[in-house]
Design a protein around this ligand. Structure first.
Ligand code: NAD
Ligand code: ZN
Length: 353
């Protein structure tokens, strides 16, 4: 679990004070990975104080993180500085937070990040790392994984050393998120709840967080009496609880299929989940009905026909990626999932998208 967290509008201003206690010396900088969307945004960047060799790097977020990108960032740090950083701070959405987590792990674990994709392969504690979400939904701020696309697969580095040492939850940072992106990333949280709450891996721990997040999502996306501020606050806490819920269970069908879309077509996580979930009424009837209500309420038009020109070979690649995620299917369907989920069922689903 994340060991320290502060919450509140304006809590971002505590960053300096929090970091000061963690500085290891003049030659051990803090590295700030900041979503490129904030470049030139004085309101945010003027609140980051740089001392000694500290550095801000603006991260493009058109594409999701790759293992090669992580290895490059790590190499850059090792070449530029004589000591390991005092800390790595990720300020942004799931992409930037995952990059901060992965870089902090790979600074202390030898070799290439692709070799650590999987479960509990990390051997040594990471460099101190801090997560500051600026958009709510993925739960990346709280999870024990950092999801990377490698040469062979899209898979997380799941380990006890992955979670942030410190998280700052300041809902005000989400105030300028564009509406569609707000919906897509928010729906990632909603889908986490549905997949966790209906899964065979469910236990009281996951259920308690999942139910809370589910209820908060309904308030945010279907309630009409919330102020903007309340809605931002609640969605940030929904994301947190949704992430906690899957920490002790798993995601399911939507994520498995969405990983296929992402691997082959580069479709991003939030929108990919929405595109897939829209067709999953056979698996999650109530969740999908609610999802459609929310989509309608906010007049969201999802892209259609994204798979229409694909070849058999391309469909097979997506199906292979989806089927390789055993724990997701086992959670969604049960231990006998291989007798129920066939390639042709997945092909039919992909063809509808
Ligand atoms: P993102 O990081 O892709 O950001 C989406 C867009 O929102 C970007 O264009 C970004 O610039 C913009 N944005 C972010 N904050 C903003 C703000 N305050 N104002 C204006 N624009 C803003 O989106 P995401 O949905 O948060 O993250 C998706 C990523 O998270 C994927 O790479 C996915 O694999 C990963 N993920 C990780 C976990 C985990 O547990 N580690 C869980 C789910 C998803
Ligand atoms: Zn997700």
């Amino acid at each position: 679990m994340v060991s320290r967290v502060v919450f509140g509008r304006g809590s971002f201003d505590q960053l300096d004070e929090i970091l000061a206690a963690k500085r290891k010396g003049r030659n051990a900088p803090f590295i700030f990975y900041v979503d490129e969307v904030f470049k030139g945004n004085h309101w945010l960047t003027s609140r980051i104080t740089l001392s000694y060799k500290d550095k801000i790097l603006y991260i493009p977020t058109k594409e999701e993180p790759k293992t090669s990108q992580i290895d490059k960032y790590v190499e850059d740090i090792i070449l530029e500085f004589s000591e390991l950083p005092s800390g790595i701070i990720g300020i942004g959405g799931g992409i930037v937070m995952d990059i901060a987590k992965a870089v902090s792990l790979m600074l202390t674990n030898k070799g290439e990040s692709k070799d650590y994709q999987g479960w509990d392969l990390i051997k040594y504690p990471a460099v101190y790392h801090v997560g500051i979400p600026t958009i709510s939904g993925t739960g990346a701020e709280v999870s024990r994984t950092t999801i990377l696309t490698g040469p062979e697969r899209k898979l997380g580095i799941n380990s006890d050393y992955t979670p942030f040492d410190q998280v700052i939850l300041d809902p005000e940072l989400t105030k300028d998120v564009p509406k569609n992106q707000w919906f897509y990333t928010g729906m990632d949280c909603f889908v986490h709840c549905v997949e966790s709450l209906t899964g065979t891996y469910l236990n009281a721990f996951s259920q308690s967080y999942g139910e809370k997040a589910f209820q908060l999502c309904k308030e945010v996306f279907l309630g009409n009496d919330l102020s903007k501020e309340e809605s931002q606050d609640k969605l940030m806490m929904a994301s947190w609880h949704g992430g906690m819920s899957i920490a002790y269970s798993q995601v399911g069908v939507a994520h498995a299929l969405s990983y296929g879309l992402s691997y082959l077509l580069g479709v991003k996580h939030g929108i990919g989940n929405c595109i897939v979930f829209n067709h999953l009424e056979d698996y999650y009837p109530e969740g999908v009905a609610l999802f459609k209500e929310m989509k309608q309420e906010h007049q969201i038009q999802l892209p259609q026909g994204i798979c229409q020109d694909l070849s058999d070979e391309q469909f097979n690649i997506m199906i292979d990626v989806a089927l390789s995620l055993d724990p997701l299917w086992e959670n969604a369907i049960g231990k006998n999932w291989k007798t129920i989920i066939t390639r042709s069922k997945l092909l039919d689903l992909y063809k509808k998208m």
